[in-house]
Write a new protein. Sequence first.
Length: 348
Amino acid sequence: MVEINNLVKKYGDNVAVNDLSLNIDSKGVYGFLGPNGAGKSTTMNVLTGYIGATSGTVIINGYDIFKEPEEAKKNVGYLPEIPPLYQDMTVYEYLEFVSKIKKIKKEERKACIEQSLEMTRTTEVRERLIRNLSKGYKQRVGIAQAIMGMPDLIILDEPTVGLDPKQIIEIRDLIRNLGKEHTVILSSHILTEISEVCENIFIISQGKLVASGREEELIEELAGENRIEAIIKGDANEIENILDKFGCKHSIETLDDEKCKAQIVTSRDIDIREGLFFALAEKKMPLLELKFKTKSLEDLFIELTTEYKAQPKKKGLKFKKKNSEKLDDKNLADNLKNEEKEVQEVEK
């Protein structure tokens, strides 16, 4: 469906996309995740033929977007970050206009428009002026124009930016449904958006692809270490002696006269939980609490987009070296937590 080979896009001395290569060969929702300025939107614009590339190739359904642009674009529906809506048209008039631009046969236009309205749940506002719609409905109309004619590839750039929690949930559901019949590429800097909707993830930083795979694969292969937090009833020195025997990194904090908190770090392939339990029991030190912590997509995203760490290639994953960089917004993920909590509350 989509094949990108050694794609480079430069603006003067600024390299927006740097030797990007990837393949997408099946239906589903694929996420392009990266900080602001990573090159996501530029890549989307090249994919849709909106702008050219400095070098490299982009093949869509067998057509080269640069050599056969008209044929390639017939297979693509695109929603840019700012939907291309005509405010003085009604929803129906706008979709009719889009159907003509896409050269949909006259006898098929009405059915195509009705299908787009139904899929995006915009039938009830079909006769309303676009300027009078809420932002959520405007996004839906933007998606309706993207899916007009049912293209095989649908590209959505930041489709939920500025929406309220209820609208975000509705758009997510719509994107999931589209992924059942189409190849959907969703570009976003919002981790929860990608995690909630996408089956496969491409992480991009400084115009480069730094990792790709399913979320669980990325966490499994890139986490690198296990972290354990234990609350133990006993003397801190005795607890330290036991942990020293396991040869793991650890720190111990005394909580009160009887309890200590141990923070333990081991390599990914070592699990000391069972051995620790019996070692403590032998010394008659009760293990009051044990938490096994794994890295989240948020943790991996911050690591991958701030400093490259060499990783071996794994089946299903791709890794490319990148220079050290600073995250555009170091606390990006933290700033989005409140929004996601609101979304979760609405979902309940």
